[in-house]
Design a protein around this ligand. Structure first.
Ligand SMILES: Cc1cc2nc3c(=O)[nH]c(=O)nc-3n(C[C@H](O)[C@H](O)[C@H](O)COP(=O)(O)OP(=O)(O)OC[C@H]3O[C@@H](n4cnc5c(N)ncnc54)[C@H](O)[C@@H]3O)c2cc1C
Length: 410
C-alpha cells in the first residue's frame, strides 16, 4: 500500500476503491486479508487521509453516491458517519479525553514502578505474547501504521480481557502508531470494547471468529491461543455529563474581507477540504504529533503527519500565490501575523483531543481579541447535535443529513 501523505494519493486511493464501496464492501468488509498488495481491496484504507484533513468526508460521500445507490452504499456511508459520530460525541464530553490522559499517565507511572507490568507491556507491544494473531497485529501496527477495523477490535479485546493490561496504555500504543490516530475514534473505540462506552456491553474476541475472518490472510487463518472465554466489562466511577458546545457560526467572505492567514494543522492539512470563502494572504502550518502521547510516535505515523503538513503548505502556496511559514511549538503566533501584515487568522475547528490541547492555548489571546474565524465543516455542524448517546441517534438521521448538506444530489 502506498501511504504517501498527500491529497493526490488520497484521491487516487478513493478512485481505486470506489467500485468496491457498494455491495462488495457490505459483504466483505469484515475480512482482514492482511497487508499484502491488494489484500485490503475490501476496505477503503482512507482513514489516514480523512484524519489528516487531506480529504473530507463530504467529497468521499459525494464520490460514493455518484457511483452507487444510497441503498447499495449504506454500510460504507454508515462507517463514515461513525467517524463523525465519535467526533461529535467527544465534543459533547471533552472530559472523557481529559480523563483518558490522566488515566494513561497514572498507568504509565504504575508501570515504571512494576517490572512485571513493564515485561507484560513490552511483550504485548513487541508482538511476543505467544498469541499468534495478536503478535501479528502488534508487528503490523508498528511496521505500517495501519490495522483493519476488526483487528483493532480483536487486539483491544485481547489486550484488556486476556492480557489484563490497562486499556489506556493500549489506546496510547494505538495513538502513537496509527497513521489515522484520532483522539475521538481511538479513545471511544477502546472504551466501547472495554464496555465503558455502552455501559456494561463489552466486546470479547473469539478464536473461531478470528480464524473465520482471517482465512484470507497470508499467515491465516490466524490462531488465538488461550483467550479469556468470559470476562466482566470494565466499569468506572466517573459519570461524564454532556453539553454541546456553542458551535462557531459559518464563516462568510465578508468575515474574511481583510487580508488573513490560514492555519493548517494535523487534522486539517489541506485547504481543498475546507471550502474557504476567500483566499488567504499567508498560510501557517502547525504540526504537533508529539502531543498525541508522552511516548515516542512511531516512524510511519510521524512521517505521515510531517508530510501531510509540508505538502499542504506547498499546495496552498501554489493555489493562492501566497507565502507559507511554520508556527513552531512554544513560539508566539502574533509576530508571525504582524510580519506578514495580516490581522485575522482562519482556523479549521480544533477538535477535542490532542490537536486542541496542543494549539488552543497559543491561540487564546487572538481569540479573545476577536481575531479568529473558526471554520467548521457543515456536515459536522449538522451531525454533532445527534451524537448525544449511541450511534443509532445519528444512523436514523443519515438520509436527512445527506439531503440537508446537499450530498448525493439531495
Ligand atoms: C480499538 C479501535 C481503535 C480505533 N482507532 C481509530 C483511530 O485512531 N482513527 C480512526 O480513524 N479510526 C479508528 N478506529 C476505527 C476504524 O477501525 C478505522 O477508522 C478503520 O479501520 C479505518 O480503515 P478504513 O479507512 O479502511 O475504513 P473503511 O472500512 O473503509 O471505512 C471508511 C471510513 O469510515 C471511517 N470509519 C470506518 N469504521 C469506523 C469506526 N468503527 N469508527 C470510526 N470511524 C470509522 C474511517 O474514517 C474510514 O476511513 C478504531 C477502531 C477500534 C476498534
Amino acid at each position: 500500500m502506498d501511504w504517501s501523505p498527500n491529497r493526490a494519493r488520497g484521491l487516487a486511493r478513493l478512485a481505486e476503491f470506489l467500485p468496491a464501496a457498494g455491495r462488495r464492501y457490505a459483504d466483505e468488509r469484515n475480512h482482514d486479508n492482511g497487508p499484502a498488495d491488494g489484500g485490503r481491496s475490501n476496505v477503503s484504507q482512507l482513514s489516514p487521509w480523512l484524519h489528516a484533513g487531506l480529504m473530507g468526508e463530504t467529497e468521499v460521500l459525494e464520490a460514493v453516491l455518484a457511483r452507487h445507490s444510497p441503498h447499495a452504499a449504506e454500510k460504507f456511508i454508515a462507517e463514515v458517519f461513525w467517524r463523525i459520530y465519535f467526533k461529535g460525541y467527544l465534543e459533547q464530553r471533552p472530559a472523557i479525553w481529559a480523563g483518558y490522559c490522566a488515566g494513561r499517565d497514572a498507568a504509565l507511572a504504575a508501570m515504571e514502578r512494576n517490572s512485571g507490568l513493564r515485561t507484560a507491556y513490552a511483550e504485548a507491544t513487541e508482538g511476543r505474547t505467544g498469541i499468534t494473531a495478536f503478535d501479528v497485529w502488534a508487528k503490523e501496527l508498528v511496521e505500517t501504521g495501519y490495522l483493519h477495523n476488526h483487528a483493532r477490535m480483536w487486539f483491544a479485546s485481547i489486550w484488556i480481557f486476556t492480557l489484563k493490561l490497562d486499556w489506556q496504555l493500549g489506546a496510547d500504543f494505538f495513538l502513537r502508531h496509527l497513521l489515522d490516530g484520532d483522539a475521538a475514534s481511538n479513545t471511544l473505540s477502546w472504551r466501547w470494547v472495554a464496555g465503558l462506552h455502552t455501559k456494561g456491553k463489552h466486546y470479547l474476541a473469539r478464536p473461531n471468529n478470528i480464524a473465520r475472518y482471517t482465512a484470507g490472510h497470508p499467515q491465516g487463518p490466524l490462531s488465538a491461543e488461550g483467550l479469556a472465554g468470559d470476562a466482566e466489562p470494565l466499569s468506572e466511577p466517573t459519570e461524564y455529563s454532556r453539553r454541546l458546545p456553542d458551535l462557531p457560526p459559518p464563516v462568510t467572505a465578508a468575515d474574511l474581507a481583510q487580508p488573513f492567514a490560514l492555519l493548517l494543522h494535523d487534522e486539517a492539512a489541506h485547504h481543498a477540504a475546507l471550502a474557504l470563502p476567500a483566499a488567504p494572504a499567508l498560510v501557517i502550518g502547525a504540526s504537533r504529533p508529539e502531543a498525541r502521547s508522552p511516548g515516542t510516535i512511531g516512524t510511519p505515523a510521524a512521517r505521515f503527519t510531517a508530510g501531510a503538513i509540508a505538502g499542504g503548505l506547498a499546495e496552498a502556496e501554489e493555489a493562492f500565490g501566497c507565502p507559507s511559514i511554520e508556527w513552531r511549538e512554544g513560539e508566539p503566533i502574533e509576530p508571525l501575523l504582524a510580519a506578514a501584515g495580516v490581522d485575522r487568522l482562519a482556523v479549521p475547528y480544533l477538535p477535542a483531543g490532542w490537536t486542541r490541547d496542543a494549539l488552543a492555548p497559543g491561540l487564546s489571546d487572538l481569540a479573545e481579541q476577536g481575531r479568529v474565524s473558526t471554520l467548521l465543516n457543515p456536515l459536522h455542524r449538522a451531525t454533532w447535535p445527534h451524537a448525544k448517546a449511541g450511534f443509532f441517534g445519528v444512523a436514523k438521521q443519515i438520509d436527512a443529513l445527506l439531503g440537508g448538506c446537499g450530498i448525493g444530489g439531495g
